[in-house]
Design a binder for this molecule. Structure first.
Ligand SMILES: C[S@@+](CC[C@H](N)C(=O)[O-])C[C@H]1O[C@@H](n2cnc3c(N)ncnc32)[C@H](O)[C@@H]1O
Length: 197
C-alpha cells in the first residue's frame, strides 16, 4: 500500500495511514514517500548563498509560519514527512525503516537538458502568476492563520519572491547555479500478520 506526496495534503495524516493499514494485507508493506519541504528554505544557490542572516531567517520564518497556518486550517502540512515514521510505529507497523531520496534537480549552465528546460519554463510560468510555493493570496491566508502579522506580510513576500529579476539575469548570463536538493523520505513499515502478538 503506497502513497506519495499525499499525506502532506491531508488534514489528519494519521487517519489516512489508518486506512492504508486497514486495506493492506496482513504481513504487507505500507509505504509513504513524503517530504520535509520547509528545509528547502535553507538550501542555497549561487545568488543567495551569502544573503544576510536576517534575510535567510525571514524566508524560513515566512515558510514555517505559512506551513503552520496551513496545517491549522486543516489544509495539510508540507513537512509532515518528519512525523510519518513515528505515526507508523504508533499504529503498530513493524520493521519501520526510513530512507532518504537521493534525487536532485540541479539547474546548471547551460540549462540545456530536457529537465532543466522544463524547470525554466515552470519558473517563467510561476513568475508570471506571482506564485511562490503558493499564490500570494494563499500565502497571506496561511501566514495570518499561522500567527503572522498582516503588517509584516508584504515585506516578507518581497524577500521570499524578490530577487527573481536577479535570478533571471544570472540565468541569461549563464552564471546561475542551483543544486535543486530537497528532503524527501521513503518510509516503510509492515502490517503485522493476522494473530501476531
Ligand atoms: C502532489 S499530488 C501526488 C500525486 C501522486 N501520488 C504523485 O506522486 O504523482 C497530491 C495528491 O493528493 C491528493 N489529495 C489532496 N488532498 C487530499 C486529501 N485531503 N485526502 C486525500 N488525498 C488528497 C490529490 O488529489 C493529489 O492526487
Amino acid at each position: 500500500m503506497t502513497c506519495q506526496t499525499v499525506l502532506i495534503h491531508t488534514p489528519d495524516p494519521g487517519v489516512a495511514i489508518d486506512e492504508m493499514i486497514r486495506v493492506a494485507r496482513p504481513g504487507g508493506l505500507v509505504l509513504a514517500a513524503e517530504p520535509n519541504n520547509v528545509a528547502s528554505a535553507l538550501i542555497f544557490d549561487s545568488l543567495n548563498f551569502h544573503d544576510a542572516v536576517d534575510e535567510v531567517i525571514a524566508r524560513v520564518r515566512l515558510q514555517l509560519t505559512c506551513e503552520r497556518g496551513k496545517a491549522a486550517l486543516r489544509e495539510g502540512n508540507n513537512s509532515i514527512g518528519d512525523l510519518v515514521p513515528g505515526l507508523f510505529v504508533a499504529r503498530g507497523l513493524r520493521d519501520v525503516a526510513v530512507y532518504l531520496n537521493d534525487k536532485t534537480n540541479p539547474l546548471l549552465p547551460p540549462y540545456e537538458t530536457p529537465e532543466q528546460r522544463a524547470m525554466l519554463e515552470e519558473r517563467t510560468d510561476l513568475n508570471d502568476r506571482d506564485f511562490w510555493i503558493w499564490s500570494r493570496a494563499d500565502t497571506r491566508r496561511y501566514f495570518l492563520a499561522g500567527g503572522g502579522r498582516d503588517t509584516e506580510f508584504d515585506a516578507l513576500w518581497s524577500i521570499a519572491v524578490g530577487g527573481s529579476e536577479k535570478v533571471d539575469k544570472a540565468i541569461a548570463a549563464r552564471t546561475y547555479a542551483g543544486v535543486g536538493a530537497g528532503i524527501g523520505y521513503l518510509i516503510a513499515g509492515r502490517k503485522p500478520e493476522a494473530g501476531a502478538a
